[in-house]
Write a protein of this length. Structure first.
Lengths: 239, 222
């Protein structure tokens, strides 16, 4: 029986201690929140296949991407995952359209350009297709990064502090786009952020991480009502 | 002007660059992206030809290629002539004394690539091989070009190692640098001047072309 959505279980004592287990249903936004060094980005990297933990299992819609017991480990290019990096990580020598088209390699060559244009249009970047990343603003670059992540036709969308490198006004616009996207995408979405208010608005559930362990999982209002959790998170924000 | 020596120098530089660029690229990329015990020792060995006196390096290479060495005996058994004092011997020596000139610029170019850009390529569905061709190579291109220019021009001008390993056999191992030395010994100042000027112009021209292409790549990347 195939389990829908994403199921993650990662365990290791070092070099980055991790002991986390959670699930994320299709269409759900799970916020991974915690102080710096809690292991949030490491969890995303492990799901994407960019980091291999000593033990654990990552399964998506019944398929196994990683299972330390059976020795299954799919390399990142064979996992259909969309990852939006904190600092965009766009390819500086390629135009916006070409950046997106790189992730369309499963499609016939003749279709890639038009698909890339459609994806750029979806993130409101019409007319900027030929620009290189250096000719785009921070917000525009992040939109290209989102379009590139979607081009992979991902089974899971991972957002690693996607709004941290943009100004407040752009952040509000990008957040609105994420809200619009989740209505269209019936896939699990994981959002890593430091911003408690942001994650409370965008996520259906929160998973609080501290020192590589899951402290608490639940609805944002329930989780954030706990004084110990607020102290943990707001203490980090204040820092 | 000793055109035979000039042609031989060009041929040696082309053979060296042709063999060393792909091998050096693999080594440079490996050193740039992997951390392992003994990495420092390998880097030191790659850099050694840069600090060793050419005569010392040439002496060791001559010993390694001589008729009494394992390599020398094997070479004679297969090809029927000694490796030392042959053009092939010069190519082998040239590959070794050019290692730092080929590997260093390429290694630094690969190390300068932001790690998340390579990772973004992988999660975009590109295999490591396609990531190299589509992302790493275009971004590291200035480093690859510098490595090519340095290897080529350094081979054209190398004197000490070439003299030790190749002697100065006309048409076989006498390169332009050795021909200049021979002309000076023979008090043919005019011939030495002409060949020196040719080598100088060639070297500066190669570096200017490499720098120009590098700047063009930089502008293209915005």
């Amino acid at each position: 029986m195939a389990e829908p959505g994403l199921s993650v279980s990662l365990r290791q004592s070092g070099p980055i201690p991790l002991d986390v287990a959670f699930t994320c249903a299709p269409g759900e936004v799970l916020g991974l929140v915690g102080p710096s060094g809690a292991g949030k980005t490491t969890v995303l990297r492990a799901i994407a296949g960019l980091y291999r933990t000593r033990a654990g299992r990552v399964g998506v819609d019944g398929a196994v991407w990683f299972d330390s017991e059976t020795g299954v480990y799919l390399p990142p290019h064979r996992r259909r995952v969309g990852l939006v990096f904190q600092e965009h990580a766009l390819f500086p020598h390629l135009s916006a359209a070409a950046n997106v088209a790189v992730a369309l390699s499963d499609h016939p060559r003749a279709e890639r350009h038009s698909l890339a244009m459609a994806l750029l249009s979806r993130v409101h970047l019409e007319g900027l297709e030929t620009r290189k990343p250096a000719e785009l603003s921070g917000g525009q670059r992040q939109r290209v990064a989102i379009a590139r992540a979607l081009a992979r036709d991902p089974q899971v969308l991972l957002l690693d502090e996607p709004f941290s490198a943009v100004d407040r006004r752009t952040r509000v616009h990008l957040q609105a786009e994420i809200v619009a996207l989740r209505k269209d995408l019936a896939i699990p979405m994981l959002l890593v952020t430091h911003d408690v208010d942001e994650v409370a608005r965008l996520a259906d559930r929160l998973c609080i991480l501290d020192q590589g362990r899951v402290c608490l999982t639940g609805r944002p209002d329930e989780v954030l009502a706990q004084p110990a959790i607020r102290a943990l998170l707001l203490g980090d924000e204040a820092a | 002007m000793d055109w035979e020596a000039f042609k031989l120098s060009l041929l040696l530089a082309a053979c060296t660059a042709g063999v060393l660029m792909p091998l050096g690229l693999i080594l440079a990329r490996w050193l740039a992206f992997h951390r392992f015990p003994g990495r420092g020792v390998i880097e030191a060995l790659v850099m050694a030809p840069l600090v060793l006196p050419p005569t010392v390096l040439g002496f060791y290479l001559l010993t390694a290629m001589g008729g009494n060495s394992s390599l020398g005996k094997l070479w004679i058994a297969i090809f029927g002539h000694p490796l030392a004092f042959s053009f092939e011997g010069l190519v082998v020596a040239s590959l070794i004394f050019n290692l730092p000139f080929a590997v260093q610029p390429m290694q630094r170019a690969f190390e300068a690539l932001p790690p998340d850009v390579r990772e973004a390529a992988w999660v975009s569905g590109l295999s490591p091989w396609r990531t190299f061709w589509r992302i790493e190579a275009p971004l590291a291109w200035p480093g690859l070009l510098s490595a090519l220019a340095l290897t080529f021009t350094h081979t054209m001008g190398e004197f000490g190692v070439v003299l030790m390993v190749g002697g100065s056999i006309p048409g076989e191992t006498r390169t332009l640098a050795l021909a200049i030395y021979d002309r000076v010994q023979a008090f043919d100042t005019q011939g030495a001047q002409l060949m020196s000027a040719t080598l100088l112009a060639f070297s500066i021209g190669a570096i200017l072309i490499a720098n120009g292409l590098t700047a063009r790549v930089g502008r293209r990347h915005g």
